[in-house]
Design a protein around this ligand. Structure first.
Ligand SMILES: *Cc1c(COP(=O)(O)O)cnc(C)c1O
Length: 401
């Protein structure tokens, strides 16, 4: 038997094994150094080994590890207060362990809202092609990606997937059974596609007119990644009723949250929802420490400064490699490029050169470095990418949709 034979065969990790991390770098057992430009897919926002969450976790580990929501957990109160102070719409928070669970809570919250108002048939959730909301039954149905649904039985009713950023299709789909519209302000998995500001504002307006709840999935694009604390904050007058967060808000410790208005969450009373580990003291210690770091103005200033520099450098690469790069994608440090050559192969070429990147739908090279990177890290990445793109020129072009 080879190592890994007893694991579900759902992942195909490369041979390199990382045993230690420091800032924007990961190290193998033999101390080979890799530049981490994926951060566990938009997770390690403070990089590896940041002292703030590390010390918070150690301190909490010596006190108490677990209680469950049946008992008071100080960290849940403080972190919920912080989210609600930072986000004008936010009044209520439910803590989860993951993004998918935050989305499950968000969708249950939306359906319960209408149910409690007597609109028992109002349960449809409208989503957009290219969306990704997780891998549970409800979230694969919400995502609507046929690849992720195939083999897992009949599609669940109550989810309608619409063309991306098509206002007319959306207006036509809205009916008196529409409970909520669920959207990522920047699509991650779908190919790093930001929803234009006027689309977010249009969604808000449409939801207000029709009594529909607006749900944002900021699991990947939130937590400072785009240069605002949460990505939708780039748009004025486009606040959601409910928002799911995870990934970066835990900085590498599994946690997430569903954040809602008081009105939207009114029906989520004792007995309607729960989670054994959600709001766990260890997770809350880390979540509070991460929030305190990423909400500092100088932290977000760094994200904006470095991402502006990165975009300039990416523009340069695009000009230099018109035969490899189609266009730049993403927002802030959720960034990448749609390629003419297979993105998965280019990702491997980066790995051979000791840089970690990812790929996403639409043949996109996906990069999501720790948010603590500097211009020097970007220069290092660009040099590696230039070298990899030179080799990638020899690959066959892929057919783009
Ligand atoms: C990763 C992701 C999820 C799912 O989060 P998990 O923690 O893997 O359950 C949901 N939505 C988006 C946008 C994501 O990127």
């Amino acid at each position: 038997m080879a190592q890994g034979d007893h694991l579900y065969n759902c992942y195909m990790p490369p041979a390199q094994e990382f045993v230690r991390g420091e800032g924007a770098y990961l190290y193998t057992e033999d101390n080979e150094k890799y530049l981490d430009f994926i951060a566990g897919i938009s997770v390690n926002c403070l990089g590896h080994g940041h002292p703030a969450p590390m010390n918070a976790l150690k301190e909490q580990a010596e006190k108490v590890w677990h209680l469950s929501g049946m008992f008071r957990i100080q960290g849940t109160y403080t972190l919920a207060d912080k989210y609600c102070a930072a986000l004008p719409f936010a009044e209520k928070v439910f803590f989860t362990n993951s993004g998918a669970e935050a989305l499950e809570c968000a969708m249950k919250t939306a359906r319960k809202y209408h149910y409690d108002r007597g609109d028992v048939d109002r349960y449809d959730i409208l989503t957009f092609q290219g969306a990704f909301h997780g891998r549970t039954f409800a979230t694969i149905n919400a995502g609507g990606n046929p690849k992720y649904l195939k083999g897992f039985g009949p599609a669940l009713p109550g989810f309608i997937s619409l063309p991306f950023a098509d206002h007319e299709a959306l207006e036509a789909a809205v009916s008196d059974t529409t409970a909520a519209i669920l959207v990522e302000p920047v699509q991650g998995e779908g190919g790093l596609r930001p929803l234009p500001t006027q689309c977010l504002q249009g969604l808000r307006k449409l939801c207000d007119e029709k009594g529909i709840l607006l749900i944002y999935d900021e699991v990947q694009c939130g937590a400072g990644r785009t240069g605002k604390l949460f990505a939708h904050q780039w748009a004025e007058n486009a606040e959601p009723d409910i928002m799911a967060v995870a990934k970066g808000v835990g900085g590498g410790f599994p946690m997430g949250a569903c954040i809602a208005t008081e009105a939207a969450a009114a029906g989520m009373v004792p007995g309607t929802h729960g989670s054994t580990y959600g709001g766990n003291p260890l997770a809350m210690a880390v979540g509070n420490a991460v929030f305190d770091e990423i909400s500092k103005p100088e932290f977000l200033d760094n994200v904006n400064r470095v991402s502006n520099f990165l975009v300039q450098q990416f523009e340069g690469l695009k000009d230099e490699f018109p035969d490899v790069v189609v266009e730049l994608r993403g927002k802030g440090l959720l960034c990448g490029m749609q390629l003419k050559k297979p993105a998965v192969e280019v990702r491997k070429m980066l790995l051979e050169r000791k840089m970690l990147g990812g790929s996403a739908g639409d043949n996109t090279l996906r990069l999501a470095p720790p948010l603590i990177i500097t211009e020097d890290h970007v220069r290092e990445a660009i040099a590696i990418m230039r070298d990899a793109f030179t080799e990638a020129r020899a690959l066959d072009d892929v057919e783009l949709a």
